[in-house]
Design a protein around this ligand. Structure first.
Ligand SMILES: *Cc1c(COP(=O)(O)O)cnc(C)c1O
Length: 246
C-alpha cells in the first residue's frame, strides 16, 4: 500500500469516528483532498485509493495540473480568487469555497453570465476578524446577504471559514460553532437553505465534523508536508510556482 493510500485510509477512519461520535453519518461529509504544491503523480496515487474530489488554491497551478489528470475528478477552488482569474477558474471548478468579497461575487456573476455558467459557491467568513485573512466579517456579510442572494448566476450553497492557524484543534471549535450559528441564522432570516459548511483542515477536521462540517479540506494528513512557501519566484520540483500568485 502506498503512503498516500495509507494516509487516506487513516483520514477516512477518523472521519467515520468523528461522525459516529456526533451522531452523524460519514456519508454526509465530503473529504476534499488538497493537492496544492503536489504533483499530478501524487494526485494519481490518491485516485488509485478511490479519491475523486480535490482542492486547489491557485488558478495558475490548477490550470497546469488538472489537464494532466482524468476528467472524472471534481476540483474545488479553496484559495483567494483574484478577479482577473475568474474566467479561467469557472470552467475548472465544481465548487468555489472562497468567495470572500462582494466585488468578487459580482465579478463571478458577470463572467458566469457572459460564459453561460451557473457556478456553485460558498461565502468565506473571516470568523476571527483577522487582518491577515480574507473573507467577510460576519456583520458585513449579514448586511450584504440580500444583495449577494440577488446575483442571478450564483448558486450560494453555504459558508466556509479558516480559523486562526497554529493552535490546537479545540481552539478552532468556537469558530466552527460561530460559522454554523451564522449559517442557521441566515437560513431563518432569509428563508433559504445553505446546506454546506466548509470547515476543518488537517489539524482540526475531527472537531469541525463534530460541529457540522459537510466539507473538510485536508492536505498534509494525506500528502505530507508541503515545501515551505518562498517569497521568490522559485518553482518547486514539480514546476509549480511558489510565488504568491493566486
Ligand atoms: C492548504 C489549505 C488547506 C489544507 O491544509 P492542511 O493543513 O494541509 O490540511 C485547507 N484549506 C485551505 C483554504 C488551504 O489553503
Amino acid at each position: 500500500m502506498s503512503k498516500i493510500q495509507e494516509n487516506l485510509e487513516r483520514v477516512r477512519d477518523q472521519i467515520a469516528q468523528a461522525a459516529r461520535a456526533s451522531g452523524r453519518s460519514a456519508t454526509d461529509i465530503e473529504l476534499v483532498a488538497v493537492t496544492k504544491t503536489h504533483s499530478a503523480e501524487m494526485v494519481r496515487e490518491a485516485i488509485a485509493a478511490g479519491q475523486l474530489v480535490f482542492g486547489e488554491s491557485k488558478v495558475q497551478e490548477a490550470r497546469a495540473k488538472i489537464p494532466l489528470l482524468p476528467s472524472n475528478l471534481r476540483w474545488h477552488f479553496i484559495g483567494h480568487l483574484q478577479k482577473n482569474k475568474v474566467r479561467h477558474a469557472l470552467p475548472l471548478f465544481a465548487l468555489i469555497h472562497s468567495v470572500d468579497s462582494h466585488e468578487l461575487a459580482q465579478a463571478i456573476d458577470r463572467i458566469a453570465h457572459d460564459d453561460g455558467l451557473h457556478p456553485r459557491v460558498l461565502l468565506e467568513v473571516n470568523v476571527a476578524g483577522e487582518a491577515s485573512k480574507f473573507g467577510f466579517p460576519p456583520d458585513k456579510l449579514h448586511q450584504e446577504m440580500e444583495s449577494l442572494l440577488a446575483l442571478p448566476r450564483l448558486s450560494i450553497e453555504g459558508l466556509m471559514c479558516i480559523p486562526p492557524l497554529g493552535q490546537d484543534a479545540e481552539a478552532s471549535r468556537k469558530y466552527f460553532v460561530a460559522l454554523r450559528e451564522l449559517r442557521n441564522s441566515f437560513e431563518n432570516e432569509f428563508e433559504l437553505k445553505l446546506p454546506h459548511l466548509s470547515m476543518g483542515m488537517t489539524n482540526d477536521y475531527s472537531v469541525a465534523i463534530e460541529e457540522g462540517a459537510t466539507l473538510i479540506r485536508v492536505g498534509t494528513a494525506i500528502f505530507g508536508e508541503r515545501a515551505k512557501k518562498q517569497k521568490s519566484k522559485a518553482t518547486d520540483e514539480h514546476g509549480f510556482s511558489q510565488s504568491s500568485e493566486s
